[in-house]
Design a protein around this ligand. Structure first.
Ligand code: FES
Length: 196
């Protein structure tokens, strides 16, 4: 029995291709430096920092950018898409200036994460996965952020807000608009390590 080529051919389409993508000169230099950390036959291990550079450069990771990264690190574009879709810190669509990632795992769930998410939704008029009309805030729900003793925890871009109560949400959003990430409490593991 002969198996036709169609059996093996993937009909999978990559994410929205977006415009053609290449790193800026600066990011290409950063990538070339990063890749030296890995053995030559493990170049594929640089896929995460390679994707962060894409995201820093254009805000989200398009299909053309996945193809570009795939060629740089020597894997398929589908492999890159698998990595991109697995990790919640990578975005395949444009996001707001602040990405609010509310932890919904056990400690945070037991300490009111759902109510925090609800307060954000109500204040901004959006649902999880959406960006507010001003393009300032995107709300996502994520799994454990590793600071369970300060639940509920919200990661805001690369910053942290711990022990957030639903009643604090309005003020936090206003402070973020006014002060940016300086409004955040910071991850206590980092804050306490600095104080020693
Ligand atoms: S359960 Fe939310 S940080 Fe661990």
């Amino acid at each position: 029995m002969a198996y036709g080529a169609a059996f093996h051919r993937s009909l999978r389409a990559l994410a929205d291709p977006g415009p053609p993508f290449t790193y800026s000169e600066e990011n290409r230099a950063r990538f070339d430096q990063i890749v030296t950390r890995y053995p030559p036959d493990r170049r594929r291990s640089a896929v995460l920092p390679a994707l962060y550079l894409v995201q820093d450069q254009q805000g989200s990771i398009t299909g053309n950018a996945m193809q570009y990264v795939a060629e740089l690190v020597g894997i398929t574009a589908a492999d890159v898409e698998d990595v991109t879709s697995y990790y919640t810190m990578f975005y395949t669509k444009p996001v707001g200036r602040f990405v609010l990632s509310v932890c919904r795992t056990l400690s945070c769930a037991l300490n009111g994460a759902e109510q925090v998410t609800g307060a954000i939704c109500e204040t901004l008029g959006i649902s999880p996965g959406e960006t507010d009309p001003t393009g300032t805030f995107t709300l996502v729900e994520v799994e454990c952020l590793g600071a369970c003793d300060r639940a509920p925890v919200v990661m805001v871009n690369d910053g942290w807000q711990e022990c957030l109560k639903p009643g604090d949400v309005g003020r936090l959003l206003e402070d973020l608009r006014g002060k940016g990430e300086a409004a955040l409490t910071g991850c206590h593991h980092v804050v306490e390590a600095r104080q020693k």
